[in-house]
Design a protein. Structure first.
Length: 190
């Protein structure tokens, strides 16, 4: 514990001209909450950035600090919650309180074509935002599953992916080829 923790809301980051946005759960307690950048400095980020690097969306396969030189290309990362929730389980009120930030990011990304929901919470938060922005005529949330592809409207697609959490990766629920396949699908949709 020789580091000073960021310890405040963590903003989204990436390419503001991107066509792809990923929506995760929340900053990891000792990852983004420590480093101040989403999926940075923890095992979930290691998995995610390896996949992004392999598929051409990241300049390097690691993300250890805000100033480590990582550049995302055609990709932006945000989360349903901006602060690390207790026990890594955000309450519905926390998700609602943070929604204005994702809405603003979605509005600002003018070239948006694919949204990837990392985990059920990220997937549902992404859909709820797109519904609130009136980007879809779907009345209810689509069912989450790994690899689910939902047409929000012509030119905008939502993809579901298991979250690269240690709970999923250590148990084999999510493998590297499974995660890579999500970004390959996203590229094909572009």
């Amino acid at each position: 514990m020789d580091q000073e923790y960021w310890g405040k809301p963590v903003p989204g980051f990436g390419d503001p001209e991107s066509q792809i946005v990923m929506v995760g759960l929340a900053p990891g307690a000792h990852g983004a909450n420590r480093t101040g950048r989403m999926f940075t400095g923890d095992e979930s980020g290691n998995w995610l950035f390896r996949a992004l690097y392999k598929t051409g969306f990241a300049s390097q396969k690691t993300s250890i600090a805000r100033n480590d030189g990582l550049i995302l290309t055609n990709c932006f990362i945000t989360a349903a919650c901006r602060c690390a929730p207790p026990l890594n389980k955000p309450l519905p009120d926390e998700i609602r309180n943070c929604r204005p930030y994702i809405l603003e990011e979605f509005r600002a990304i003018k070239n948006l074509r694919v949204v990837i929901g990392l985990g059920r919470i990220g997937f549902n938060a992404a859909f709820d935002c797109m519904k609130e922005l009136q980007w879809t005529k779907l009345r209810s949330r689509p069912k989450f599953s790994h690899g689910a592809i939902v047409t929000i409207h012509p030119g905008l697609t939502l993809i579901g992916s298991y979250h690269p959490s240690q709970q999923n990766t250590f148990t084999g629920t999510l493998t590297e080829p499974m995660l890579n396949s999500i970004f390959i699908k996203a590229k094909k949709l572009l």
